[in-house]
Design a protein around this ligand. Structure first.
Ligand SMILES: [Zn+2]
Length: 195
């Protein structure tokens, strides 16, 4: 048993699920987190870098080059302090179940090796499932802790979350359209058949 609690701001929660719902394949991004003792609060606007995903929808990757370019730009524009708040990596598994695949574990190791800091990892899907884990950095080793207690940072109902999603939907559509490239032709063919 652990006593870690993750609280999610309804806006970033809405954005992660909107990204999952809108994007036909997997999508991945970062979010901000602050730690207060045993509590982690995920908040703010998501960072969704340009990314490629193959047509079967299961091969999204967090591109370290795209991340590096973004980080450089943030530092150059005087936002270095903000960069270190982005310690949540979230991604969607589209229609598949939530959990951490072997590929995800590889990506998670990269983040740990890269920063040597505590990170929060979130997987969501189109069905509205979510799993959250914190990798605590202790003695230079990242230790995964699965979070049983996930709640909103402010009182939120199903209806109020839905309202936030509706307000932010068009904006997220534009972000998904401009950042996600689907690399396989099969997807296009399949989509035409499905349509
Ligand atoms: Zn995954």
């Amino acid at each position: 048993m652990n006593n870690l609690i993750v609280r999610i701001d309804p806006i970033i929660c809405a954005d992660m699920f909107l990204a999952a719902e809108i994007c036909p394949v997997e999508i991945s991004g970062l979010a901000k987190v602050i730690r207060k003792g045993n509590e982690f609060i995920i908040f703010g606007e998501p960072m969704i870098p340009p990314q490629k995903c193959s047509g079967n929808g299961t091969e999204t990757d967090f591109d370290p080059v795209a991340y590096g370019l973004w980080e450089n730009e943030m530092v150059r524009s005087g936002q270095a302090q903000e960069v270190v708040e982005f310690r949540v990596w979230w991604h969607s598994h589209a229609w598949s179940g939530v959990g951490f695949s072997l590929k995800d574990e590889g990506t998670i190791r990269q983040f740990g090796d890269f920063t040597g800091e505590t990170w929060v990892f979130v997987v969501v899907n189109k069905r509205g499932d979510i799993i959250v884990r914190v990798n605590l950095c202790e003695n230079n080793k990242l230790r995964p802790v699965y979070i049983n207690k996930i709640c909103f940072s402010v009182p939120t109902t199903k209806e109020s979350l839905q309202k936030i999603k509706e307000e932010r939907k068009e904006r997220m559509k534009a972000i998904v359209d401009s950042t996600v490239t689907i690399t396989s032709r099969e997807y296009v063919i399949r989509r035409n058949i499905d349509d």
